[in-house]
Design a protein around this ligand. Structure first.
Ligand code: F6P
Length: 522
């Protein structure tokens, strides 16, 4: 069954939210905290080691109640059930959206066109496992009999960003294999990667659902030519494997049928790292860790599917985002992981969020008359404090922020970690509560800067009242990474449902491709 088709702005809840906004626009976080000593408790959710503190948002209980009323009025629950059961909610492409099935390790069948997809998923995972074991153990030999030392993922968009982000994030758990990523059709990219490699000991994974993507196929051909400088065509199958749903083209490329890993049309590229698209992750950290990543995602799937909306982390994050996007008219959201391993998370989320919800036509085929997809950007803390945070603190725009933190660091380094986390909390406090005129005045006086007060005062005031979420885990593990990504996936889904758009196609990327092909012919 397709998703329901309800323009959110015609709902009673939306009208109530509009009225409520007249009072909410004057909310002051200091007052909200002063008047409710239990505010932090009231606006926090904990689930399986993930703690969301959303108390530093421009909301009160009524805001949350009304946002939940909106979710109920558009029947989010029904949409969630359809999403998990394999209904063709990507209606324009007549496809189910089942990245959640990839990590579902329960016994329940999941049907697409009356056929259970679970057995194919299990077979695909077993193949990833046995291949990873062979390569990691050194049993898989290259054309001169040497074991593999380097793995190169050739792909773009969803066939690159997810694996690249996860391999980087899980570096701490990595084995002896070195993993590289080639994505850009810019020849300088592939050239730089090839410079570091030895054809005898390198394994190339061509990841392309369609196996027709210009960038990926161009890079794969260039790499095969480079490889053939040292080897023969008969050696290609020992060094090139593919992840694709287009087996025919992969075989034409020279890949052994046995070494084609599956991809299905009910998994969108940007949500595919849980499938064999994650082969580079499994090679880098071992299949057991890859399975833990999947298990973490599955825990959040279960939470999202079953928790009441006011206790549901992805739902609450999505509703807050709608509150800022559609009522406060914020245009962007900033994602700030206080963890260097997560340096590629913002780029990954940019595709996941913006390719999904960057849509201007609703599920009725009509142009929307309200704002949809938010712009996502970000970088790691604390580096961004010395870069763009000035604008978030004192600029003219309201930019809701997600702070992602870990109670423990992976290498110990307690002194470093205490400083990192002090900054984590300090930033959110500064954004929320700022510094008043009186406080600045007193500070300047105490610092013997009396004569400068009138000049300096306006520049040193922080208005505060800038919203943030704290998303806190114990430590970065494959499991908690899975939980984090899955949380954002369901936030994206929830927002698409509420905005009455289709989140799982991406026609917006086609025109540029078409024109580039035309220009190339000329
Ligand atoms: O151009 C966008 C896109 O279709 C993405 O959605 C996808 O992740 C990427 O291209 C790569 O596609 P493929 O896996 O078919 O090469």
């Amino acid at each position: 069954m397709p998703l329901k088709n309800i323009n959110p702005t015609t709902t009673t809840a939306w009208k109530k939210l509009n009225d409520h906004f007249n009072e909410a626009k004057d909310f002051d976080l200091k007052d909200l905290f002063r008047n409710n000593k239990k505010r932090k408790n009231n606006f926090s959710i904990e689930y399986s080691g993930l703690a969301l503190d959303y108390s530093k948002n421009l909301i009160n209980q009524k805001t949350i109640d009304l946002l939940i009323e909106l979710a109920n009025e558009v029947d989010l629950k029904d949409a969630i059930n359809k999403y998990f059961s394999g209904d063709k909610i990507n209606a324009i492409e007549d496809r189910a959206v089942l990245h959640t099935a990839l990590r579902n390790n329960s016994e329940e069948p999941i049907l697409v066109d009356d056929k259970d997809v679970k057995p194919q998923i299990q077979t695909g995972l077993r193949k990833v496992k046995s291949f990873s074991n062979k390569v990691i153990s050194g049993k898989w030999k290259g054309f001169t009999g040497k074991s593999i030392t380097d793995v190169v993922n050739i792909g773009v968009g969803g066939s690159d960003l997810g694996p690249d982000m996860a391999v980087e994030a899980l570096q701490f758990y990595k084995n002896k294999l070195n993993t590289h990523f080639v994505s850009n059709v810019d020849g300088d990219h592939v050239s730089e990667v090839l410079k570091k490699l030895n054809a005898e000991t390198t394994l190339f994974i061509i990841v392309s659902k369609t196996f027709t993507t210009q960038e990926t196929i161009t890079n794969a051909n260039t790499i095969r030519d480079w490889f053939l400088n040292s080897a023969t065509v008969f050696d290609v199958s020992k060094h090139f494997v593919a992840v694709s749903s287009n087996a025919e083209e992969a075989i034409n490329f020279g890949i052994d049928k046995k070494n084609i890993f599956p991809m299905w049309n009910w998994v969108g590229g940007r949500f595919s790292l849980w499938s064999s698209v994650g082969l580079s992750i499994s090679l880098s950290v071992g299949f057991d860790n890859f399975r833990k990543l999947l298990d973490g995602a599955y825990e959040i799937d279960t939470h999202f599917k079953t928790a009441d909306f006011d206790e549901n982390i992805p739902v609450v994050l999505a509703l807050l985002s709608i509150w800022y996007n559609n009522f406060y008219e914020s245009e962007t959201e900033v994602v700030l992981p206080y963890n260097q391993y997560l340096s590629k998370l913002p780029a990954y989320l940019q595709q996941a969020v913006m390719e999904s919800n960057g849509k201007g036509v609703d599920r009725n085929g009509e142009e929307v008359n309200y704002q949809t997809g938010t712009i996502i950007w970000g970088s790691t803390g604390v580096n961004m404090q010395h870069a763009f945070m000035q604008l978030v603190h004192q600029g003219t725009k309201l930019i809701p922020s997600d702070f992602i933190g870990y109670k423990e660091s992976l290498h110990g380094m307690v002194v470093h970690h205490e400083k990192l986390m002090a900054n984590y909390y300090a930033q959110m406090e500064a954004l929320a509560f700022g510094k008043t005129k009186e406080e600045v005045h007193l500070e300047l006086k105490l610092n013997n800067k009396k004569e400068d007060i009138s000049t300096l005062l306006p520049y040193k005031i922080f208005k505060g009242n800038r919203p943030s979420n704290s998303i806190l885990f114990e430590k970065l593990t494959p499991k908690t990474l899975g939980m984090l990504i899955s949380t954002y996936e369901h936030k994206i889904f929830t927002q698409g449902v509420l905005w009455n758009i289709y989140s799982y196609d991406q026609f917006g990327v086609e025109l540029g491709k078409e024109l580039a092909n035309k220009l190339l012919k000329h």
